[in-house]
Each structure stands twice: as C-alpha cells, then as structure tokens.
Design a protein around this ligand. Structure first.
Ligand code: SF4
Ligand code: SF4
Length: 56
C-alpha cells in the first residue's frame, strides 16, 4: 500500500515533499500522497519529524 499521511500529526513542514524521489507528495493544508505515483520506498516515513506518514 502507498504511504498514508495522518492529517492530525502533519504540520505541513514540507520535508517529505523534498524527500520523495518520485514527486508523489503534494503540500496542501497537509501533505497528500498521490497513490498512483508512490513506489512505497519509505523515504518520507523516515524523513517526517512528526511520524505522520506510514506505509500500510
Ligand atoms: S514512500 Fe517513497 S515514493 Fe511513496 S510517497 Fe513516500 S517518499 Fe514518495
Ligand atoms: S514531513 Fe511529515 S509533518 Fe512534514 S509535511 Fe510531510 S507528513 Fe507533514
């Protein structure tokens, strides 16, 4: 399954947007993952300072 952002934990810092190698994350009110682009690499999960992203 693609990465999923917990909107309650995301502070919209933008770190994951920069870390994603395929540009699958967009920053709106919170980060949003384009599931069609996500390769499930896990970079954003490791990079998020708030533990807001998980691979499910
Ligand atoms: S798991 Fe990898 S490809 Fe998917 S959104 Fe996170 S950084 Fe991007
Ligand atoms: S790195 Fe985490 S807190 Fe920052 S925008 Fe991404 S999901 Fe939100």
């Amino acid at each position: 399954m693609p990465a999923v952002v917990d909107a309650e934990l995301c502070t919209a810092c933008g770190t994951c947007v920069d870390e994603c190698p395929v540009g699958a994350i967009e920053l709106n009110d919170v980060a949003e993952v384009n599931a069609d682009l996500c390769t499930e690499c896990g970079s954003c999960v490791d990079a998020c300072p708030n533990g807001a992203i998980s691979l499910q």
